[in-house]
Ligand binder design. Structure first.
Ligand SMILES: [Zn+2]
Length: 264
């Protein structure tokens, strides 16, 4: 009997002191890298933008409050995800086929804002990646690279963020914002094993791009892309952990994205 009581007391004591192994997750600083979806959310000028209408809002005839809305939007606007199908080939993976392990990874924040803010057509180059690596070492496998161009501060003003406040087909030729050099995209495919690359502009190809070569290189290599990412200035260049969960649209070429970062 005494043994049972002592064992019980011991277990209780152990239980009290045992630390929850997931506690570090709640203790960490979490950063939301997502712009809210609303009427003025920026979409590609030829796309159908986000709209939200009221289905019901108020007190029902049974006396309780009830709210419900309907929204419409194309896949590629606001903070969003590009699946390899977007610029790959008809058999490339669609949104729901991307494994969870590819939707997360160590954050590699490459800050090119000084150069990009003084040149709207700036292309992020291999030397920008090598400069990051000279400080923090080789990008880890499964990295998520986030290009900080500094254009996130202009969101959601179309003129300063995208280069034009025109809409529709006539706007496209006037788009001017920085992006990724296709040669740098190819270098990543050939030399590093990254999960995804994102940035704080409307497209991984710069605004003046016509053939979307960076998109095509990345999609063919099944590297996913995040566009219109928010709050990159709140992340350290190295040491964060990124989780990027797109709406699971079956057969989708892209989707609205909720992306967050954990900074331990
Ligand atoms: Zn897209």
């Amino acid at each position: 009997m005494r043994t049972i009581i002592i064992t019980g007391l011991l277990l209780t004591a152990l239980g009290c002191t045992q630390k929850d192994p997931t506690a570090f997750l709640m203790d960490a600083r979490w950063v939301d890298l997502t712009h809210a979806f609303e009427e003025n959310t920026l979409y590609w000028p030829t796309n159908t933008p986000f709209s939200k209408d009221t289905v019901f809002y108020g007190i029902t005839d049974k006396g309780y409050f009830y709210a419900s809305f309907i929204y419409t939007a194309e896949e590629h606007g606001g903070t969003h995800f590009d699946a390899p199908l977007h610029f790959g080939h008809p058999d490339s993976p669609t949104v729901e086929q991307i494994p969870l392990q590819q939707l997360m990874g160590p954050g590699v924040v490459v800050d090119v804002s000084e150069k990009a803010l003084s040149d709207r057509d700036y292309l992020v180059s291999v030397s920008d990646f090598l400069e990051w690596e000279s400080q923090y070492g080789t990008m880890p496998d499964q990295s998520i690279i986030l290009l900080q161009t500094g254009y996130g501060q202009f969101w959601p003003d179309p003129l300063s963020y995208t280069g034009t406040d025109l809409t529709g087909e006539e706007a496209v030729a006037h788009l001017r914002f920085p992006g990724l050099d296709p040669d740098a995209a190819q270098w990543l495919v050939d030399n590093r094993k990254i999960n995804a690359i994102g940035l704080d502009t409307p497209s991984i190809d710069r605004g003046q791009s016509v053939y979307f070569k960076a998109h095509r290189i990345l999609c063919h290599a099944e590297i996913t892309i995040y566009e219109n990412v928010a709050n990159l200035d709140k992340l350290p260049d190295s040491g964060s952990f990124i989780m990027a969960l797109p709406m699971k649209i079956k057969g989708g070429s892209g989707a609205p994205l909720r992306i967050i970062a954990m900074v331990p």
